[in-house]
Design a protein around this ligand. Structure first.
Ligand SMILES: Nc1ncnc2c1ncn2[C@@H]1O[C@H](COP(=O)(O)OP(=O)(O)OP(=O)(O)O)[C@@H](O)[C@H]1O
Length: 739
């Protein structure tokens, strides 16, 4: 396009050149057209593009013309300055040229040369200017260059003159002025509010014959508040303070047989969560397990209470009481837990409190082969299959195995479904175990919950109630929705105030919901939201727990353990690592040092070995039990006094469950977390939601650790022989295969 315009310019030699370029390009185009007749329009466009890129000569000419025009304008402006002013900058610039006539000549020569090359008529100023404007399309650039040119020439001069110095001063003055102007502009811009007002005033008005439409400013959206379902927003509050307990007799609705059992097992008082939740469950079985209150289906319950606050008995007791007077043995209660050791633990509690009654409890957690578990669940009688159990404690995987493979395994009479460690169970929902259970429950003519109609009003609908328990229960409505809860009710623990290490209950002591809401929105709570993407205000820590954070290097960690065991004579220590390998290595090392008893318990440990180790630890026969996070949840190690986190946990929930292995049932306990310098910030931030006071770092003086170094080094030397180097085992295996 630009080329076409140039041809239309007044007749000049430069214009001729441009015409030449155009003609050249035309030739090329025509040649390509002849050569490629069958090419489509796109090819033609490409050709035009090539045309723009091909005439290198033309570009050169354009450049030269630019240079020439610039030079000409410089000459013109210097002449004008000469005429118009007698002082200041212009005078100085004139002088520069006057002083250096050679320079002037050189400029002229350059112009002449360039014109010889391009064939332009340099005397035709008008044409040159027009060409210049057309080609460059930017007059200002040329002007700027013009302004700079004299100073450039000055710099190149062999001697520095007075004038040139003056010129510099003037230039710097100019620069300052420009700076000031730009600063003022910026100031104006930064006065946001005033500016906004101004623009609003101007907006829609006539300015210089134009209507100012103004800019559309983005409006900041109003901040959204938390909008929760009613049952989550207004939970029933339970005190986390275990000292606020009441004698077991205070629960008048509890069967006397169970009260006796409790006393036999040394339980004299009920903890707050038990005092509140047991009557709630019992109220729905007052007229038997077959109907809810007034024939309505009972609400599902969610209970969030700190670790070691007695949640297990909270569901064990009312379930047993509901089924105590049953006539026919049918599977009516199902308790699901994430791991088999936990399932075995809860199974033992059920057995303890069912002892002496006709109720039968079963365990299906994969500890025995499937067929031997099947024999304990159902038998084939005269009238078909009969259930041998009233209550089953299960892990989700094995439960699904029985639903799909065990003949006569019938869930249609199920009254209670308990999800202990419910937040973990929600994570396992991906395995669809709950869908399988619900499918089995609503089969063989049992109607799923729905509106009352003539058909279902004729026969009694056994209500199906879900009970959820956890110390870190997710109150994220999206997650909870997956559980298909029916008119759920939430019991959440609050209270206690700060514990000895500064950790506290998120929410604080709050008799009223309003108070709780205030605390929920506190700074700590908001960081919890950040960490977990969950609704805050749900995690509580045992008030008897003392938390410590020990700053150390990676190499110092085993030394610190030796210091605790050998110098401070600590015992009943649970030591958590972040991996099985790490636990294995540490346990080996500690055994090599000697002087105390240690044992390892991880996900790889066989369950009989694990049960033995837990028993020994509870009896005080093991000083330190090194474990992975497989042991972090739910395990009731009654005598654990110290919880060491050899590696700091990555998640807040993991931390809560780890430290919750101590300070249980109102007993004192200490949690010590080893934190390296670079890990401290993350750890502090992660745990900030469960503490109100700052987290203090403790350091053991080096002089206390140094005497232990030779012992550790000797053990490490032995350990290097015990643990094969990377690849050694592979090589061995490889050679075996080769053989
Ligand atoms: N009322 C009570 N009085 C004294 N001890 C109790 C009482 N209730 C439960 N316990 C004991 O407290 C310990 C912890 O109970 P439990 O295992 O039920 O806690 P939990 O809340 O389920 O903890 P976690 O969240 O870690 O699983 C158990 O040893 C249990 O026997």
């Amino acid at each position: 396009m630009g080329d076409e315009e140039d041809t239309r310019t007044p007749a000049s030699k430069s214009a001729d050149i441009l015409a030449k370029i155009k003609a050249d390009a035309e030739k090329r185009r025509s040649l390509t057209k002849i050569g490629e007749k069958e090419k489509n329009v796109d090819d033609h466009k490409d050709d035009l593009k090539n045309r723009n890129s091909l005439p290198e000569d033309g570009r050169k000419v354009k450049k030269r013309l630019n240079d020439t025009a610039e030079e000409e304008e410089k000459a013109q402006s210097s002449k004008k300055r000469k005429k118009s002013s007698s002082g200041g900058e212009n005078v100085e610039k004139e002088d520069v040229h006057d002083e250096f006539p050679q320079k002037k000549k050189k400029h002229k020569k350059e112009r002449k040369n360039s014109c010889e090359m391009c064939g332009d008529d340099i005397n035709d100023k008008e044409s040159r200017q027009v060409i210049m404007k057309k080609l460059s399309g930017d007059d200002k650039k040329g002007d700027d260059k013009d302004n700079l040119e004299p100073s450039k020439s000055k710099d190149k001069s062999p001697t520095k003159s007075k004038h040139s110095e003056d010129g510099k001063k003037i230039k710097s003055k100019k620069m300052k002025q420009a700076k000031q102007e730009s600063l003022e502009d910026k100031k104006e811009d930064s006065c946001g509010d005033d500016d906004d007002l101004l623009s609003e005033e101007i907006n829609g008005k006539e300015v210089g014959g134009f209507t100012v439409l103004g800019e559309e400013k983005p409006k900041t959206p109003p901040q959204l508040g938390r909008l929760l379902p009613d049952w989550l927003a207004s939970p029933s509050l339970v005190s986390a303070d275990l000292s606020a307990s009441s004698p077991v007799e205070t629960l008048s609705s509890l069967d006397t047989r169970l009260v006796e059992k409790l006393k036999e097992n040394g339980i004299i008082d009920f903890f707050p969560v038990q005092l509140q939740v047991i009557p709630e469950i019992l109220s729905e079985v007052h007229y038997g397990y077959k109907t809810g209150v007034a024939g309505f289906r009972p609400s599902d319950l969610c209970v969030s209470a700190p670790t070691g606050s007695g949640k297990t008995l909270t569901f064990v007791l009312p379930i047993i009481q509901a089924l105590l007077n049953r006539v026919e043995c049918k599977l009516r209660a199902l308790v699901v837990l994430p791991v088999r050791e936990l399932a075995a633990q809860v199974y033992r509690v059920f057995q303890t409190y069912c002892e002496g009654s006709k109720l039968q409890v079963g365990l299906i957690a994969g500890m025995k082969p499937l067929h031997s578990e099947q024999r304990t669940l159902v038998k084939h009688g005269y009238g078909g299959y009969e259930s041998l159990v009233d209550i089953i404690v299960a892990t989700p995987g094995r439960l699904v195995d029985h639903i799909t493979q065990t003949k006569g395994f019938d869930l249609t009479a199920l009254r209670f479904l308990v999800l202990d460690e419910a937040d973990r169970m929600m994570e396992l929902l991906k395995q669809d175990w709950l869908l399988e259970v619900e499918k089995a429950v609503y089969s063989k003519g049992r109607d799923p919950p729905g509106p009352l109609n003539v058909r279902n009003s004729y026969h009694i609908q056994v209500p199906f109630q879900k009970l959820l328990f956890s110390a870190t229960l997710s109150q994220n409505p999206e997650k909870i929705k997956q559980l298909n809860l029916f008119q759920p009710k939430l019991f959440t623990a609050v209270g206690g105030g700060t514990n000895k290490g500064g950790a506290l209950v998120v929410g604080g002591i709050s008799p009223s919901l309003d108070q709780k809401q205030t605390d929920v929105n506190s700074k700590g709570a908001s960081s919890l939201r950040e960490n977990n993407n969950d609704i805050p205000g749900k995690y509580t820590m045992p008030a008897e727990l003392t938390e410590e954070c020990m700053e150390c290097t990676s190499a110092e960690r085993p030394l610190l353990i030796l210091h605790f065991l050998l110098n401070l004579k600590y015992s009943q220590i649970l030591c958590f690592t972040n991996s099985k390998d790490s636990a294995h290595r540490l346990c080996l090392l500690l055994k090599l040092v000697g002087g105390f008893t240690s044992q390892e318990v991880t996900g790889n440990t066989h369950h009989t070995k694990m049960t033995k180790a837990i028993k020994k630890f509870s009896q005080g026969q093991i000083d330190i039990l090194v474990c992975s996070d497989a042991m972090a949840r739910g395990m009731d190690l009654v005598n654990a006094r110290y919880v060491l986190s050899y590696d700091p946990p990555k998640l807040l929930t993991t931390y809560i469950h780890r430290v919750g292995r101590t300070a249980r049932a109102g007993k004192e306990g200490t949690a010590i977390t080893f934190v390296q310098d670079q890990e401290f910030y993350h750890f502090k931030k992660m745990t900030s939601a469960i503490r109100r006071t700052g987290l203090n770092k403790i350091k053991v003086p080096k002089d206390k650790l140094e005497p232990l170094v030779p012992k550790l080094q000797a053990a490490l030397k032995k350990l290097s022989f015990k643990i094969p180097r990377k690849g050694r085992s592979k090589i061995k295996r490889g050679t075996k295969k080769g053989k």
